[in-house]
Design a binder for this molecule. Structure first.
Ligand code: IMP
Length: 178
């Protein structure tokens, strides 16, 4: 499928599944070398990372654990409006090597929030692993340890990413077709 229509918008293939598979393999290879003997705990951030996490972890061959968390957005009473909080983490992460698995780092706001919430739980180290990274949109200071694919500042769907809830199941990554 070179084009798909989701609701009112049409998208064209931007990154085919074969390229995604190759990039995921390269990240897994680095993790297998760099985190050997660290028994990392992968924290996959739902919903967007489900496909990436599944493919990545199939290629990770070192001893590891995986758990799934969510960033809930709700409107608090503060003047900043939207407040985000990390939910679903039941493990004790004190002293552990954590790898956050995300679908995309855009402005970096979500990841910054996740990092802050994890830090108070005193992990030994936290590494960030993201399938996609939009450097033109990124507004934060932290480093990204594992980036599979760098993308331009365009709206993308597929391979876990959605447009209004649709498109997460697509095996390729699509971009808005103008
Ligand atoms: P950030 O907080 O600006 O870095 O945005 C992170 C979240 O926004 C991601 O986890 C996605 O859910 C969503 N997002 C950012 N860019 C895109 C995109 O191009 N397509 C679909 N979702 C996106």
């Amino acid at each position: 499928m070179s084009k798909v229509t989701l609701k009112d918008k049409t998208f064209r293939v931007h990154i085919p599944a074969s390229d995604i598979n190759k990039a995921v393999g390269e990240v897994a290879h680095r993790i297998n070398i760099e985190l050997k003997d660290k028994k990392p705990l992968f924290l996959a951030v739902l919903n967007g990372s489900f496909m990436f996490a599944s493919d990545l972890l199939k290629k990770v061959t070192i001893d590891c654990e995986i758990s799934f968390v969510k960033v809930s957005s709700y409107h608090g009473t503060s003047t900043t409006g939207s407040v985000k909080s990390l939910i679903g983490l039941n493990e004790d992460i004190k002293g552990r090597t954590i790898v956050i698995v995300e679908d995309i780092v855009d402005t970096g706001l979500t990841m910054e929030k996740v990092l802050k919430e994890l830090e108070v739980m005193e992990p030994a180290e936290v590494r960030i692993c993201t399938l996609l990274y939009k450097p033109e949109a990124f507004r934060k200071k932290f480093d990204l340890d594992y980036v599979a694919i760098v993308v331009p500042n365009d709206f993308l769907v597929g391979y876990g990413l959605d447009y209004d809830g649709l498109g997460r199941n697509l095996p390729d990554i699509y971009v808005l077709d103008n």
